[in-house]
Design a protein around this ligand. Structure first.
Ligand SMILES: [Zn+2]
Length: 191
């Protein structure tokens, strides 16, 4: 999942590089609230500072590396973007003048959670949702029950199902599945 996120963002980065004339691996000092991080910036610039779309790679004084990829304004992370730390922690969402203000975050093995410092609610944009929404398939639910002996299938609430022995029951997840298996619809419940 995280690899896919990185790949998608890398593709976006290269698209943006092709469309603009950004710098590559340029030394940059990011300063947020007086805290400074020296790193390398790749992306769009305006007046010599990051502005537009770009990637910033840096290391904290304790040796912990992280990178931000996303939108920039006047030298700060601003707009949609994502930060990734070397332990897999991440923040995906919206930044405001260098601060993560809204989106999904995941820290040090904890669950992915929604984070917001915004006073007004807003929902995730489509691109944010695409990055964080789990894509696990939903479990199919049993729609009909067939009887192995009679080869008749029923709605779940049919009286025949209630008295059917468990060993004779067969689950169907769609009407088509039952028909394909040569089961006939019950005349009582008309499945
Ligand atoms: Zn029935």
């Amino acid at each position: 999942m995280k690899k896919i996120v990185c790949i998608v963002l890398t593709i976006f980065l290269f698209l943006s590089i092709a469309l603009a004339e950004p710098v590559t691996q340029q030394p940059y000092e990011l300063v947020v609230d007086g805290e400074s991080r020296i790193g390398k910036y790749t992306g769009n610039m305006e007046n010599g500072i990051p502005d537009g779309y770009g990637l910033f790679v840096t290391t904290n004084p304790n040796g912990y590396s992280w990178h931000y990829i996303g939108n920039w304004k006047a030298g700060l992370m601003h707009g949609e973007g994502s930060t990734y730390w070397e332990d897999g922690s991440l923040e995906i969402g919206e930044y405001d003048e260098g601060h993560f203000v809204f989106g999904y975050c995941y820290y040090d093995g904890a669950d992915l959670e929604l984070y917001s410092t915004l006073s007004t609610d807003r929902s995730l944009t489509d691109s944010e949702s695409a990055l964080v929404e789990p894509t696990e398939p939903t479990e199919p639910t049993v729609q009909y029950i067939g009887n192995k002996n009679s080869h008749v299938f029923h709605k779940l609430d049919c009286g025949s199902v209630k008295i059917m022995k468990d060993k004779n029951k067969v689950n169907f997840y769609s009407r088509e599945e039952a028909i394909d298996m040569h089961y006939k619809p019950c005349g009582e419940c008309n499945p």
